[in-house]
Write a protein that binds this ligand. Structure first.
Ligand code: PLP
Length: 433
């Protein structure tokens, strides 16, 4: 049931009775014995069902691609052309520069960074790892915050030092990025989720993208990791105009600076989709050459399934509208609960994103960990506070990532009630102390 408290009557009450009421409301919700999880941006079962046609559109009679390729065999390192043709216009990539690979774009990001560390890029003075040994300084990577925990974890696991940079409604702060990269050749790149960013929902403006691509950097091989995970994942119209980043990079005279990534993980089956890589011709060759040392070709049967299932670029867009119809009510439900419980007294701020998979909840500094703990004890699992920051450390202890996609709508509503009650309690506790 909805929260029992009434913000208007609480607002009139003295702080001690407000706190007592918040505590009672929390105890009431906690007593319900809930077990809910809004930690990760996974598609719901209903979303996965949308793509079950994949499981039957290739069989023992129909494994040949349009060009006659027997998809069951080795080969075709760049991926099946008919699938790349469907996704090229959606990802603003020329089809010859778009590779279709395995199931995970994160793996392609790991590969690209590993190739740079071991072999260097074509424009590198030395492999990044060798340079680190020579200079005694680890390679460093810029991490816009709040950001995606797996980006940070991957870079950390590969030995990069993580350098937080702040971001606003247009993207990473260009002055901070310029100041950091101008003098320090160990800063090798920046993470970027250009559309409906994880977790803030921000989409980069073309002007900001141009600035990042044109920056004079001390490292000649400074790399923008353009992770377009949510390129097509709009919750409402109008949606952000796509930025043709490969064209912008070429116009800026730095065609090789940006490596782009995407996947169908949140379009079809999250664990059995197709990942894409696109870059300049030189960087696409570089990636493919090194990939070729470790693979005799991607899973073309799965790629053919995807090409058949969608049929066309428009088929992908129509499919994404079906996802939006399932997802948008969940985002709206969280917004409605937060607005009712937290809004009247400005107890927190939160995003109402136009796409992607996350809501960022900004609570009073110093209370995010307490909120996550309270929610956990009441049976609602939240992503650990700090996960949105390098090394899991949010210096303000203020940011919580809410992922409403996976549970059914009623459970999302209940989870939001619990989170809101926890925010209210933690905020009033902090004010009282
Ligand atoms: N990039 C971002 C920004 C994500 O949020 C996610 C998943 O949550 C991924 C990449 C993972 O992509 P994939 O499944 O293609 O490895």
């Amino acid at each position: 049931s909805p929260a029992a408290h009434s913000p208007s009557s609480d607002a009139a009450a003295d702080p001690a009775s407000q706190l007592a009421a918040a505590s009672a409301e929390y105890e009431r919700l906690a007593a319900a014995g809930l077990s809910l999880d809004i930690t990760r941006g996974k598609p719901s079962a209903a979303q996965l069902d949308l793509s079950d046609g994949l499981l039957s559109c290739v069989d023992g009679e129909s494994f040949r691609a349009a060009d006659g390729t027997d998809t069951r065999n080795y080969g075709g390192a760049a991926g099946l052309r008919e699938l790349r043709e469907i996704f090229a216009p959606l990802l603003q990539a020329p089809v010859d520069q778009l590779l279709a690979q395995g199931n995970s774009s994160l793996t392609l990001m790991k590969d690209a960074l590993t190739f740079a560390l071991l072999h260097g890029r074509p424009d590198s003075p030395a492999p990044w790892a060798a340079e680190a040994v020579r200079t005694g300084a680890p390679p460093r990577f810029l991490c816009p915050v709040p950001g995606y925990d797996r980006h940070f974890g991957l870079a950390e696991a590969l030995g990069f030092e993580l350098v937080p940079v702040s971001a606003d409604a247009e993207g990473p702060d260009p002055e901070q990025v310029a100041a950091l990269t101008a003098e320090d050749p160990s800063i090798k790149g920046i993470w970027l989720v250009p559309v409906h960013s994880n977790p803030t929902g921000v989409s980069i403006s073309p002007a900001r993208a141009r600035t990042l691509l044109a920056l004079e950097t001390a490292a000649p091989d400074f790399t923008v990791m353009w992770d377009n995970a949510y390129a097509l994942h709009h919750l409402r119209e109008p949606h952000p105009e796509p930025v043709d980043v490969l064209a912008l990079a070429a116009e800026a005279g730095r065609p090789d600076r940006v490596l782009t990534f995407a996947s169908t993980s949140k379009i079809t089956h999250a664990g059995a989709g197709v990942a894409f890589f696109a870059a300049s011709p030189a960087m696409t060759d570089w990636f493919l050459t090194h990939t070729g040392a470790g693979s005799i070709g991607p899973d073309k049967v799965n790629q053919l399934r995807h090409a058949r299932f969608f049929g066309s670029s428009e088929g992908v867009l129509a499919h994404m509208r079906r996802h939006a119809a399932l997802l948008a009510p969940k985002f709206a439900a969280v917004d409605a609960v937060f607005s009712r419980v937290l809004g009247p007294e400005d107890l927190a701020a939160w995003t109402n994103p136009g796409g992607g998979y996350f809501i960022t909840l900004a609570v009073s500094p110093g209370t995010a960990s307490r909120v996550v703990k309270l929610a956990g004890e009441a049976g609602v699992k939240l992503t650990p506070a700090g996960a949105t920051h390098p090394y899991g450390l949010d210096p303000d202890d203020a940011i919580i990532r809410v992922a409403p996609s996976m549970p059914p709508l009623e459970e999302v509503e209940t989870a939001a009630e619990v989170v809101a009650a926890c925010v209210r309690l933690a905020t009033l506790e902090a004010r009282a102390s």
